[in-house]
Design a protein around this ligand. Structure first.
Ligand code: ATP
Ligand code: MG
Length: 442
């Protein structure tokens, strides 16, 4: 094995087996060990009932939060480990959570309730694998396959639809044919899943290296919780800039963006307003006038629906709204936009524009992409030189304006903004003496 089982997990497994119970590492950590990747958490399953587990670790810090579902969290060496009693799940009559869980004595029964074969694997302290559903083989083949009948499994818990896509995007695995078909056929089960849970899976999916492939193959699943995507998925665009239709362009743009949530979300949503703005001129060319603002409004609504935090939502909405803005490739324009958006958002906007361009007719955008690189270099220089691009960089402030005899009020701001404008334009230097003189002279 490439990675050591942490001593905390070893101790817990040992304590349980010494007490006569079965105990295994299970789920994601075993999958990751088999993939040759370091696990990020170590879950343990055991034949011990929760109260028996508690007895085994009497005198040690334990957390009882998951007790109802059989989970006891044991703190070992400062690290929390979830120890869960073998269990099966009752029916999901509300399609959200099992009506009840039942503790069982067989590991196989516990593994059978798990979602995918690659996650239904267990390993004992000696490294012996328990793998009744051939998860190891599927991992080797890079294949996501439901444990049992796919349709039933998605009907029990609709979140598994998103989990399958998330694992495929992150691990770069293929989805086995029957599982894939059942995903399409049962995507409506997402209706019963809380927005917060979909949110978590979507964020992981978008950060995945193969996110583009999944968006390309499963737009119908995304439309289930974001029906606003539907018109974009079918949008045709006959326009010389574009060699792809709406959805394929969007997927290319997502693929071209760095694996950063804000940027990926922005690319996914940047053209969402296009269908509503489409017009066709006398030459048969399609135009989408005003689509960034419409996209921004829709993006705002969609991100609210899926419970994104305000900071992420506001940033994405800003970037979507500005994704098509023309910034002249001149220092003073770069300074103005740096000031208007702040450096972080400005540099993100350049990434957005680059990714958007990468999804357009290659020969036509070469030039534009090269200009973006130049602009980025200019902006980096402005920032590292500490040049002035916002009011807080100006070498005078409101106090100075008031001291020069201007009454406190809106006029103070107007004076400062006029000075900033002149500095940004390169008409005057950002020097305190010069600025103070100008205030006095006005
Ligand atoms: P990650 O690397 O994201 O943590 P994971 O496989 O460990 O992946 P968790 O959400 O931590 O995912 O779940 C732990 C284990 O519990 C899974 O490996 C799987 O066996 C099981 N599991 C989790 N969610 C579900 C579900 N919705 N349906 C069935 N089994 C599930
Ligand atoms: Mg996990």
């Amino acid at each position: 094995m490439k990675f050591e089982i942490p001593s905390g997990a070893q101790k817990i497994l040992q304590t349980l087996t010494d007490a006569g119970y079965e105990a295994y590492l299970v789920g994601g950590c075993v999958r990751d060990l088999l993939r040759g990747v370091e696990p990020h958490d170590w879950d343990i399953c055991t034949s011990a009932r929760p109260e028996e587990t508690e007895d085994c670790f009497a005198g040690q810090r334990i957390i009882e939060t998951g007790l109802k579902h059989g989970t006891v969290t044991v703190l070992e060496g400062g690290e929390p480990y979830e120890v869960t009693t073998y269990r099966t799940e009752g029916p999901y009559s509300d399609s959200r959570r099992p009506d009840y869980v039942e503790f069982v004595s067989s590991l196989e029964a516990d593994l059978a309730r798990r979602d995918f074969t690659m996650n239904a694997v267990a390993m004992d302290l000696e490294g012996n694998l328990r793998d009744p559903f051939s998860g190891a083989e599927d991992i080797k083949a890079g294949r996501i396959r439901c444990v049992g009948e796919p349709a039933c499994r998605f009907q029990e818990d609709g979140l598994r639809v998103m989990r399958a896509l998330r694992f495929a995007a992150v691990l770069g695995y293929g989805i086995e044919e029957r599982t894939a078909q059942a995903i399409h056929e049962n995507r409506h089960m997402l209706r019963y899943v809380a927005a917060e849970r979909i949110h978590v899976e979507l964020c992981k999916l978008l950060a995945g290296e193969k996110a583009g492939n999944i968006l390309r193959q499963y737009p119908d699943v995304l439309c289930q919780f974001w029906p606003q995507l539907e018109p974009l998925v079918t949008l045709e665009q006959n326009n010389p800039w574009h060699c792809w239709d709406g959805w394929e362009h969007t997927v290319h743009a997502v693929e071209a963006a760095p694996a950063d949530l804000v940027l990926r979300l922005t690319m996914l949503l940047h053209d969402i307003g296009k269908p509503a703005c489409k017009s066709t001129d006398e030459n048969g060319i399609d135009h989408f006038y005003g689509h960034p603002a419409v996209s921004a409004k829709l993006a705002d609504e969609m991100l609210r629906n899926l419970k994104f935090d305000n900071k992420t939502r506001e940033r994405v909405v800003t970037l979507v709204g500005y994704h098509d803005v023309q910034i002249p490739n001149r220092e003073r324009s770069v300074r103005k936009w740096l000031g208007r958006l702040g450096p972080e958002t400005f540099f993100q906007l350049l990434e957005v524009k680059r990714a958007d361009g990468m999804g357009q007719s290659y020969e036509l955008v070469q030039d534009r992409l090269a200009k973006l690189e130049e602009m980025k270099a200019k902006a980096e220089e402005i920032v590292t030189q500490g040049q002035c691009f916002s009011l807080k960089d100006l070498n005078v402030n409101g106090q100075d304006v008031i001291a020069a005899g201007i009454a406190p009020g809106p006029e103070v701001g107007r004076v400062l903004n006029r000075l900033l404008e002149q500095v940004l334009n390169g008409e005057i230097p950002n020097e305190r003496k010069v600025l103070l003189n100008l205030i006095r002279l006005r």
